[in-house]
Ligand binder design. Structure first.
Ligand code: HEM
Length: 146
């Protein structure tokens, strides 16, 4: 291409880039899944989170008989799907998974705290942290006091 066209193309790219990144026009189109960093990032957070739960004397006895590797992979699929990622969660729904456990409000809060610790460890930004916690908070009624 001639230099006029080349310069024109370069300028268009520059304008597009500036326009999209400064106004956050691209960010709004990106799923939470992508903004979290995709499956590897979700896996890292869930690993660390379940380690926190295992060390949390407020709730770890609950998981004494749990199949931890299976629970981790189910949580990864669940968070991946809930955040708009390409996964399919194939476990029980939250009501069926927790019925009969009589999980208290405080226990739910403890688990969320353990998750927040991991989100902070991995420096998940406030916006993404809030979106994820809102999604999980929506499950609370299916999990607590059942
Ligand atoms: C937003 C909060 C929570 C989410 C997203 C969640 C998610 C899950 C998932 C995906 C499963 C596996 C379901 C299946 O077997 O098909 C599960 C099981 C289980 N959950 Fe939760 N859960 C939450 C809160 C809690 C809390 C607060 C407790 C107790 C303190 C708890 C205790 C358990 C236990 C004991 C199991 C059975 C694990 C096993 O036997 O392998 N969960 N949960």
């Amino acid at each position: 291409m001639g230099w006029r066209k080349a310069v024109g193309a370069a300028l268009s790219m520059a304008i597009l880039t500036v326009g999209c990144s400064s106004g956050g026009m691209m960010a709004e189109k990106k799923s939470l899944y992508d903004r979290l960093g995709g499956k590897p990032a979700i896996q890292a957070v869930v690993d660390d989170f379940i380690d926190n739960v295992a060390g949390d004397t407020r709730i770890n006895k609950r998981f004494a008989d749990a199949n931890i590797p299976r629970l981790k992979s189910q949580l990864v699929d669940q968070i991946c799907e809930a955040s708009g990622g390409p996964c399919k969660y194939s476990g029980l729904n939250m009501k069926d998974a927790h019925t009969g456990m009589k999980i208290s409000d405080d226990e739910f809060g403890a688990l969320v705290e353990d998750l927040v610790k991991s989100l902070d460890t991995f420096k998940v930004p406030a916006q993404e942290k809030q979106e994820l916690l809102t999604a999980l908070g929506g499950m609370k009624n299916d999990i607590v006091n059942r």
